[in-house]
Unconditional design. Sequence first.
Length: 529
Amino acid sequence: MAELIGIDLGTTYSCVAYMNGERPEVIPNLEGNNTTPSVVSFTASGERLVGLAALRQAITNPDKTIYSVKRLIGKKFNSPEMEQIRQKLPYRMIEAANGDILIEAGSRLYTPQEISSFIIGYLKVCAESFLGTEVEEAVITVPAYFNDHQRQATKDAASICGLKVIRIINEPTAASLAYGFDSRKNGLLAVFDLGGGTFDITILEINDGVFHVLATSGDTFLGGDDFDNCVINSILEDFWCENQIDLSQDKFALQRIKEMAEKAKRELSFTTETEINLPFIYSTDHNSFHIRKKVSRSYLEKLTGHLVDRTLAISEQALREARVEPGRVDEVILVGGQTRMPLVRQKVTEFFGRAPAARINPDEIVAMGAAIQAKIIRGSINNLVLLLDVTPFSLGLETENGSFEKIIEKNTTIPARKTMAFTTVENNQRRVKIHVLQGESRKAEENKSLATFDLVGIDSAPAGVPQIDVTFEIDADGLLKVTARDVSTGREQKVIVKPAAGLLPEELEKIIDRQKKEVTDGHDKQGLL
């Protein structure tokens, strides 16, 4: 039987794990490291690099070095978040015909799903090399606050590289599985997950092997990248004030500054002061300019304190929805590399009134939890009884006068199924439009549209007489199916909610065929520079 793996597909770094007997274990990549940079680069010769080799290309080849793609997956090109992100990334993006994002690298255009598939595919190769056997199936983690579009896009990314996703699991829930598996303790947990691109907070209860999520909240555009950008913006502003030169328009200079800003941020987690030194950052015919400045931990905290405060406001919301006071939490688990920042740890300790668990590796625990979940699904672990996760958003329909009727409330335990009765609003109405939405606003237009379909063939009758039962079903991956049924005629229409954005089945097959051809032609190389 092929080996099962768990994959944490991160914004900045990714990790893969498996169950070695009764213990979860991280699988090292081909360079021997436990985590892999979530970076893909394309060289001038057409070679594709993934991981550390790609990261080394970032300064010299910024136009064709793709990173932070997790922030793009399942998003529309003209969404407000994307308008901000496009200004920060050195590679070019264009709008697809359906409003999706396409990434330009050389003469080719790639979807975010394709770029993600290269990272997942590399992790698959690493696992097969380490285990000495074929890997066909995996559990993949996503931020708890990923919506239906982003979850489906993540599954598509795995399909492109030939990996079947047997379950999508929320990252904080995976972390709690790994923690609970190791500690065997009952109690109330808070999983504070601040990674490279996203933030999630999950409140859950462990009771004799039952993992019951009470509430989850988060922000898919709050993470380590934003902390980096605070430092980057400070450097750019200082340079402009001193020299009246805008380095934000110089992709090579900007990438050097980004790399140094991230390095300084990391160093300030272990020291109180560091130096940013960038010689020859800009040159003219008559002069060369350099950046050299000392940065203290207190200065970094001043720059980024508002981001930490945002995580605490979201944490407060999750606790309120779980009906739990901070002092009732028995253990706090920190997940994600940004939680190594001393200010984050200090604020979390003050907020919950207790220090976080010290023995957790925030970079590896999510992948280990995914590996545990894979074995649970296969039935190889019996002492973990049940995992009860929740849906992070309310789901419902647009009704008369543009209102939003919630059918499944936020933080409902999944899998879930609920039916609600509706009727017609006009006499002799033979067709009703079913508009499926996701969000919390009472106004339909302020929520996210997931799908639209029509139920036709309703018997003629006065308005308000026909009964139309609409059923929402959410599976264990958090993906939604909606069914509308006319009770009198028995006519039924259903839709498995596919993103208005995203890849159609035929587009997905075309990408898979193209990748297979590239492998056959020898263009698919995992180079080491």
